[in-house]
Design a protein around this ligand. Structure first.
Ligand SMILES: C[S@@+](CC[C@H](N)C(=O)[O-])C[C@H]1O[C@@H](n2cnc3c(N)ncnc32)[C@H](O)[C@@H]1O
Length: 227
């Protein structure tokens, strides 16, 4: 199991449903400014945003690097693939990467990722993504939490150092024989300065909005057009 698959298994224990819905509302209202008939959701997770857009009549495709996430989307009947964005072939009016997806990449991977995104946009297309601010990493995300259900126990321990947030997920899952299976892995998220996004070759940053998702000014929404 990859670290992204472990995140997928643990996500429902993180208590982020309300924040996720608030983010979807924000993306939805930003996309209202554009004539969006087709949308690619990169890092689509369980497909919640696509479900919203589909109900508004938008044709959607999702891609994610976690097979666990993609299987859940397939079970909901969504059009999805477990591929890297560089392997995607379609052209879309809008591309979105919602809830920290860009922070999952280091600078080099992010440059390649954004070049691939630019190639998937129609001439008037828009790319919207969010990133964590430095405050969002150092003051909001850092720390320890745990949660459990009848059959699962999750511990999350996050440390922010040298512009990287290292989050270790430890999940215990009850088995049929009464024993618990332990999964443990770490996800590294990278802090990115706004200035980095202002000098991309394929995308032009047209708008940035810093806002409060969990706490004061912990996130920035970035809106790009094709260059
Ligand atoms: C915090 S989750 C957000 C999921 C979804 N966008 C949502 O709002 O519910 C981040 C997602 O990004 C995916 N991911 C991370 N790096 C990725 C990459 N380079 N390409 C595609 N998906 C990626 C993870 O597997 C995970 O599903």
């Amino acid at each position: 199991m990859t670290n992204l698959d472990l995140y997928a298994k643990a996500e429902h224990l993180l208590g982020i449903e309300e924040a996720t819905e608030a983010l979807y509302d924000l993306y939805r209202s930003e996309l209202d400014e554009y004539d969006v008939k087709t949308l690619l959701d990169v890092g689509c997770g369980r497909g919640g945003f696509m479900e919203r857009m589909i109900s508004d009549g938008v044709k959607c495709k999702g891609i994610d690097l976690s097979e666990v996430m993609i299987e859940e989307c397939r079970a909901k009947g969504l059009e999805v693939e477990c591929i890297d964005v560089s392997e995607e072939q379609g052209i879309y009016d809008a591309v979105v990467s919602i809830f920290d997806v860009l922070n999952f990449m280091d600078k080099d991977s992010l440059v390649a990722f954004l070049e691939s995104v630019a190639k998937r946009l129609s001439d008037d297309g828009v790319f919207i993504a969010d990133i964590n601010t430095l405050y969002g990493f150092s003051d909001v995300a850092e720390g320890t939490m745990s949660n459990d259900t009848k059959d699962e126990f999750l511990n999350v321990d996050a440390v922010f150092e040298n512009n990287e947030l290292h989050t270790t997920f430890t999940l215990f899952e009850a088995q049929e024989n009464g024993c618990y299976k332990k999964y443990q892995d770490t996800i590294v998220q990278h802090f990115h300065k706004i200035a980095f996004f202002q000098k991309l070759s394929g995308l032009k940053l047209v708008e940035k909005q810093t806002f409060s998702l969990y706490d004061t000014e912990d996130k920035t929404l970035l809106i790009f057009k094709k260059r």
